[in-house]
Design a protein around this ligand. Structure first.
Ligand SMILES: C[S@@+](CC[C@H](N)C(=O)[O-])C[C@H]1O[C@@H](n2cnc3c(N)ncnc32)[C@H](O)[C@@H]1O
Length: 230
């Protein structure tokens, strides 16, 4: 379930990413363009965070920020009751730079990811297998559950297996957003090592994202594009 295209997306679809970039580039400093290109080069599209029915907006926001900061491209949110909302200040704007994909049913999220070649792993403190033992030779998505109930039975059934983050203390589980940070940083590092490079965005996706990020960095970019490109 992709988001409805916004004004920037419509501009890119109508005129092409290269024309959008060429129009906006003179309004950006070389340093800013280099920063955008550096982040794009490190974007890891083959590792995806999935969260189901998050309750606390601070956890949701921290999950968005961590996912973006690790250089991942997508966060999938399963929200049967349309509950997922992020505490504004905590994301520090990170929500603008990642693709948030919303689902109502975990089965649909897992099926779509499987269709794209991903393995999808559920997490639970009660699992016996460790996240450190899963193979990252395929694109990998990791699913995290609600703060109180954990992942739903249907989400666990739709995944390829259940894994735990090692714990050695008295606490019975990690905080949700802490688990996301621990798990995704391990998996992203292992996947990057497997690939032998930081990022793996396909060329067409990188070009589209570059145009989008150029537009996001410029106040009034849509007006500029309308005047220049129609
Ligand atoms: C606070 S925990 C929920 C605890 C819940 N009672 C349960 O047993 O799943 C919220 C989420 O964080 C993740 N989590 C927390 N600690 C974990 C651990 N040690 N291993 C794997 N996942 C963990 C799981 O995704 C879990 O659904």
């Amino acid at each position: 379930m992709r988001a409805v295209p916004d004004a920037i997306q419509r501009m890119i679809e109508r005129h092409g990413a290269d024309a959008v970039c060429a129009t906006l580039a003179p309004m950006l400093t070389p340093e800013r363009i280099a920063r955008i290109d550096g982040v794009l080069a490190a974007r890891l599209a083959s590792v995806i965070t999935v969260v189901e029915d998050t309750y606390d907006p601070h956890n949701a926001a921290a999950t968005i920020r961590t996912t973006e900061a690790l250089g991942l491209a997508e966060l999938h949110v399963v929200q049967p009751e349309a509950r997922f909302s992020a505490a504004g200040g905590v994301t520090r704007g990170a929500h603008k730079w990642i693709e948030l994909v919303r689902w109502q049913r975990p089965e649909d999220a897992a099926a779509a990811l499987h269709g794209r070649g991903f393995r999808v792993w559920a997490t639970s403190p009660a699992a016996t297998a460790s996240i450190d033992d899963i193979s990252v030779d395929a694109p990998t998505a990791i699913a995290f559950g609600n703060e109180h109930a954990g992942l739903s039975a249907s989400a666990i059934a739709a995944c390829d297996g259940l894994v735990r983050l090692p714990m050695y203390g008295f606490s019975e589980s990690y905080n949700l957003s802490v688990t996301v940070a621990l798990a995704m940083s391990r998996i992203a590092a292992r996947r990057r090592e497997h690939l032998g490079r930081l990022g793996d965005l396909p060329d067409d996706r990188r070009a589209t994202l570059r145009a989008r990020w150029f537009a996001l960095k410029i106040r009034g970019a849509i007006g500029v594009l309308e005047r220049a490109l129609g």
